[in-house]
Design a protein around this ligand. Structure first.
Ligand SMILES: *Cc1c(COP(=O)(O)O)cnc(C)c1O
Length: 392
């Protein structure tokens, strides 16, 4: 029924009427314990949570808004983006089951699958990073219980036709989970394309200010909801009221930050693509880049995170690039207001099918600075990179 756009709904949910008088934002409630006035109220479920683990006002408002954004019946909160990936994989898989994903899945997710899940008897097949929907579907076996997708994927930004995979999986009773962090729950709605569970690192664009770690799990199917809710309860996961409050604050301005950062990212990506030191820019919104057609078909917006494959160079040249920068912060993560940069070539060693790259792989996140200033900063980095290449 929502007739308003995302940005309107995210604001309007704060100003709902019918509650007498109150502050615009939910109160920050730090509480392990809720007191009831009478024993009767204590037993009354409609009177709200009785214990901090069930969530405070800000967490409830955040869950409601995230579920609305993802078009889900329910959104769960967990203490990190990684937990948002691992909880559904714990809830929905049993020993003997097989998971299919690709080589470009988020690194800590790969570690969870290869270490923890393997020890539980859940096996994973990592298809090549550029596996298309047909390859994923052809890879399904009688033991495949779940397909985990990221589109675009981590570090190398491959796109996959999520809807085609979801359709084939649903027909075979195979579950699908999408790590939707790049789309921020905003530019792509996995559940509307037949996916069972959409997770994201709230840490990134929703939080948006590099001061919160959190994950969300959006789900519709009642059996999946129950299984995921049970695991969260069984493991005792809880997000702090302060963090929920900050994430809710971030969520109000998510559409504006996301769109503005995408605008700047495209300017930066186009500039980089024209530079002689750069071989390829891995950014599906960039015309001509890998995945551009799928991104154009499926996405209503873009993140400001991209990969840059340099022409040649090694770790030392990559380090020279980073050390010459003054605006880009040298730091992991993304989705905040500030620009960040990392060297990622070493991560390729963990892949089952390491990609053939023409040179050093750099990842950059474009923040809310003026893109002209960011380009001037990158110009210094590229000069230092080129100088490091010519050192004997
Ligand atoms: C950062 C990230 C996560 C994990 O988020 P944390 O809050 O740092 O645990 C999960 N998936 C993707 C794609 C990410 O980039």
């Amino acid at each position: 029924m929502p007739t308003h756009s995302d940005r309107t709904r995210l604001i309007a949910s704060a100003t709902r009427r019918g509650q007498g008088r109150r502050p615009v934002n939910p109160p920050l409630e730090r509480a392990s314990t809720m007191l009831s006035d009478t024993a009767g109220v204590m037993r009354d479920e409609a009177a709200g949570p009785t214990y901090g683990l069930s969530g405070t006002s800000a967490a409830r408002a955040l869950r409601h808004a995230l579920a609305d954004l993802e078009g889900a019946a329910e959104a769960f909160l967990v203490p990190s983006g990684l937990a948002a990936v691992t909880v559904p994989l714990l809830a929905l898989l049993r020993p003997g089951d097989e998971v299919i994903t690709t080589d470009a899945v988020y690194g800590p997710t790969r570690r969870f699958l290869s270490r923890y899940q393997a020890a539980r008897g859940v096996t994973t097949r990592f298809l090549p990073a550029d596996a298309g929907a047909a390859d994923v579907v052809a890879g399904l076996t009688g033991r495949t219980r779940l397909v985990l997708m990221e589109s675009p994927a981590s570090l190398t930004f491959e796109m996959v036709d999520v809807a085609a995979v979801a359709r084939a999986c649903r027909a075979r009773g195979v579950l699908t989970v999408v790590d939707n962090t790049w789309a921020a729950g905003l530019a792509y709605r996995p559940l509307a394309h037949g996916v069972d569970v959409s997770v994201q690192a709230v840490t990134k664009y929703v939080g948006g200010h590099s001061d919160v770690l959190m994950g969300s799990i959006a789900v519709d199917d009642p059996a999946c909801r129950r299984a995921i809710g049970d695991v969260i309860e069984d493991l005792g996961w809880h997000v702090s009221p302060d963090d929920a409050w900050l994430a809710l604050r971030g969520l109000r301005t998510l559409p504006l930050r996301y769109a503005e950062q995408a605008r700047s990212a495209l300017v930066v990506a186009e500039w980089l693509q024209g530079r002689p030191e750069v071989s390829r820019v891995l950014y599906p919104p960039l015309p001509g880049a890998a995945g551009h057609d799928l991104w154009t078909r499926d996405f209503s917006g873009a993140a400001s995170l991209m990969g840059v494959v340099m022409k040649g160079g090694d770790g030392a040249a990559g380090a020279a690039f980073l050390d010459a920068l003054t605006l880009f912060g040298l730091g992991y993560s993304w989705g905040g207001f500030e620009s960040l940069i990392t060297c990622e070539t070493h991560q390729m060693a963990y892949r089952a099918h390491p990609p053939a790259l023409e040179g050093e792989l750099i990842r950059l996140h474009v923040g809310l600075e003026d893109p002209a200033d960011l380009i001037a900063d990158l110009e210094h980095g590229l000069a230092a990179f080129a100088a490091a290449l010519t050192v004997p």
